[in-house]
Design a protein around this ligand. Structure first.
Ligand code: DOR
Ligand code: ZN
Ligand code: ZN
Ligand code: ZN
Length: 345
């Protein structure tokens, strides 16, 4: 079965400042191994990407070192609100943190939030880390400053229902859900211990059920929130939240499709067409993923290409294997091996 190149609008590639966890080369290799040919990389780096100079440097580094197409987000910071219009000329989208998570970015205060909503170009989305009540707050801001917004990693029943209601009212709202919130619950979090901690945390079965009930309607995109941290960090003193996902995302969604939980067409809509449309991403000519929908296997406990080297999906029964990935006419993955090379610096 031939699918288009998958798009992941939410990954953390850790450049600059976290290159021991991941870098553009290893992260983009993991993407390709997972059938993903375009990724959007988050700005919660060290330092965070909140100025035009930082964005330019990060994007140029990404262009030089990546094996797939990588687009850098700009980050919203109260100290650099003036830069937003210029950042908005370069970045495909803005990331706004309304809740505390890994890294230094969080925007507090109603005035700052309003400024962000007003300053970012109206033809580009603001992607928001908003959990629980913060989703209602973001929707409330749309009254004063109508503009397209996109909710990251929606994970709770009440959240997806609030977003469904907002869509029914015609508000310019889209959202993404991660594979880990679709396939794991808080019971898995207990089983996985520190490896099972991420933001938002894993939820109850009723939340997971609610997400699946909205899979054909409210959910626009599947995005991994690929958040690599080393095993040592995860098992150490102050374990950072986050799990890797680039190499498991398409296999998991193919598994769900093989079980009839969604159609292959719907999978392609959420992992290719809709993300491309929401973020106005360029088409990739002669790019496709050849999959074998019947092949069964166990997901390995060490994914090959992410630098972090572990996965919360170790040992999971999968159906649907990536046979080949072709990017712009060139075979870049063959039977699980990334063949591609770039001029590294
Ligand atoms: O679990 C998470 N990890 N959630 C986030 O929002 C950030 C991410 C990270 O950067 O590690
Ligand atoms: Zn987030
Ligand atoms: Zn994230
Ligand atoms: Zn092992």
């Amino acid at each position: 079965m031939k699918l288009p190149g998958m798009v992941d609008v939410h990954v953390h590639l850790r450049v600059p400042g976290g290159e021991h966890k991941e870098d553009f080369r290893t992260g983009s290799a993991a993407a390709l191994a997972g059938g993903i040919t375009t990724v959007l990389a988050m700005p919660n780096t060290f330092p965070p990407i909140v100025t035009i100079d930082q964005l330019s440097v990060a994007q140029e580094t990404a262009n030089r070192q990546s094996l797939c197409d990588v687009f850098m987000y700009a980050g919203a910071s109260a100290e650099h609100l003036n830069e937003l219009p210029r950042l908005g000329e370069q970045a495909p989208a803005l990331k706004l943190y309304m809740d505390q998570t890994y890294g230094p970015l969080k925007t507090n205060g109603l005035e700052n939030l309003l400024r962000v909503f007003e300053s970012w170009p109206k033809n580009k989305v603001i992607c928001i880390h908003a959990e629980q009540e913060s989703i209602a707050a973001a929707l409330g801001l749309l009254n004063a400053a109508p503009r397209p917004i996109h909710f990251c990693h929606v994970s709770r029943k009440a959240e997806i229902e609030l977003i469904a209601a907002a869509k029914r009212q015609g508000l310019p709202v889209t959202c993404e859900v991660t594979p880990h919130h679709l396939f794991l619950t808080e019971q898995d979090a207990t089983r996985l211990g520190r490896l099972g901690d991420m933001r938002p945390t894993l939820a109850e079965q009723r939340d997971v059920d609610a997400l699946w009930e909205h899979i054909n309607t409210t959910i626009d995109c599947i995005a991994t929130d690929h958040a690599p941290h080393t095993l040592q960090e995860k098992q150490g003193e102050n374990p950072p939240p986050g799990v890797p996902g680039l190499e498991s995302s398409l296999p998991l969604m193919l598994t769900a499709a093989s079980q009839g939980r969604l159609s292959y067409e719907r999978l392609v809509e959420m992992m290719h067409f809709t993300p491309r449309r929401i973020f106005s991403l360029p088409a990739q000519p002669e790019t496709w993923v050849e999959i074998d929908p019947d092949s069964r296997y166990e997901f390995p406990d060490h994914p090959l290409y992410t630098k972090c080297g572990w996965t919360p999906f170790a040992g999971l029964a999968m159906q649907g294997r990536i046979r080949q990935v072709v990017l712009r006419g060139k075979t870049v993955v063959k039977d699980g091996v990334v063949l591609s090379d770039v001029n590294q610096d």
